[in-house]
Structure formats: structure tokens, C-alpha cells
Design a protein around this ligand. Sequence first.
Ligand SMILES: C[S@@+](CC[C@H](N)C(=O)[O-])C[C@H]1O[C@@H](n2cnc3c(N)ncnc32)[C@H](O)[C@@H]1O
Length: 219
Amino acid sequence: MTLEPDHNAMPQSSSRISAEVVVARDLFDQPATWPELVSGSRPVELEIGSGKGLFLVTAASQRTAHEFVGVELAAKFANRAAARIAKHGLETRVKMLRGDAQQFLQVVVPDESVAGIHVYFPDPWWRNKHKKRRVLNDQTLGDIQRALVPGGQFHFWTDVLDYYEHICARTMDTTQLAGPAFVPQRVAQHTMDYTTHFERRARAHSQPVYRAIFTKLSN
Ligand SMILES: C[S@@+](CC[C@H](N)C(=O)[O-])C[C@H]1O[C@@H](n2cnc3c(N)ncnc32)[C@H](O)[C@@H]1O
């Protein structure tokens, strides 16, 4: 059976292929501009590498005055996140995009437009020759600094100590973001009470999680 997109039911950032199937907006097919994604009247938070979207749904449910944009490279996960967002009725405030977050940040996100940037458990790419594939590098850190509003925060969590130490050092050396500030671990109140699926997995395996917040100071 071929499913035709129902354009009448299409919100700005995702498509309803049938009443049940919601997919992320694919930036490779359908590039977006910032004003197409956000209202401009509320604080915006951006997540890089959203996976299956647990952070976006939880944070948007808690911070109801904020808008959220998630960018996920893997179509399978981006679509799962879009479906989760729609299931919770959050798609008007939470835009789920499938694409390269580095490029999105560089090309689409304006200066001083984002209140929070979240990068949770980015792929570590262990082998030296693959480390250049890491989503966080000096270019991305510079774009994060540029995109944050004064007072805005960059949240970076990982279970890979080497990556944590490297990114904290590069953030301190190459940006003027203040930090890292310590983030205490919360006691989970229920089985999904974790910031992301990867945090849930790391804690289920008793692996340490390293959490940093950097803040863009006002001029
Ligand atoms: C290890 S997973 C973590 C997912 C989620 N943040 C969590 O903590 O559960 C890293 C995610 O980043 C995505 N990713 C990697 N490079 C990316 C890029 N350049 N732009 C957007 N997403 C990216 C991967 O597809 C993957 O889903």
C-alpha cells in the first residue's frame, strides 16, 4: 500500500503520512529557515542528537513556556522522536528535524537566538582516525557560543570521561563560556525518569555520567 502524505494535517516540522505515522521534517529534502521553525516570541532550546526524543518530551512538558528544536541525523530515531512528540501533543512547540546538527547550527541558527543547547551522550567515535566525526568540535563549540543568548546555557553530558575532559578543556580554551558547573545526579522517581535514553542505559549499568553546564555571560 502506498501512503500519500496528508498535507492538510502537516505541521511545520513533521509530516503525517497517515493518522498514525508521524515523521520528522527531513532537512536534506526540505531545508528550513529559523523563522519557519520558531515563533520568535518564546525562549527556544535546541537539542543536538535527540535519539528517540525522551529529553524533548520531558523538558517540553516541564517548561511549557519554551519552544524546542531537536536535530537527529538518523532517520529511524528522528521519526521515532517525532512520533513520541506527537503522541504527547507537543508538536506545535517541539520541532523534530532529521539532519546534520553541525550544519544546522552553522547555517540556520541565528546569533543569540537560543536559551539552551543540549548535547547528551554524543557518539564518542573511539578510534583516533574517526574522532573527526564527533559532533562536538571547535567549530561546533564556536557556533554554540554564537547561538546562545546572553545567560544561555550549554549542557553537555557523556559517559566517556576522555570525551568529557576534552570538550570541557576545548570549551574553556576556545570560547568565553563560563564553566563547567557541576550538575548533581538526581534520584529517578520512575523507570523513565532520566534525561535521555542513554542516561537511563548508563545508570542501569552503573556507569558514571559526567555532566557539565557552561553559561554565556552577559557582555
Ligand atoms: C549515542 S546517541 C545519544 C542519543 C540521545 N542524546 C540520548 O542521550 O539518548 C547519539 C545520537 O546523536 C546522533 N548524531 C550523531 N551525529 C549527529 C549529527 N551530526 N547531527 C545530529 N545528530 C547526530 C546519532 O544519530 C545518535 O542518535
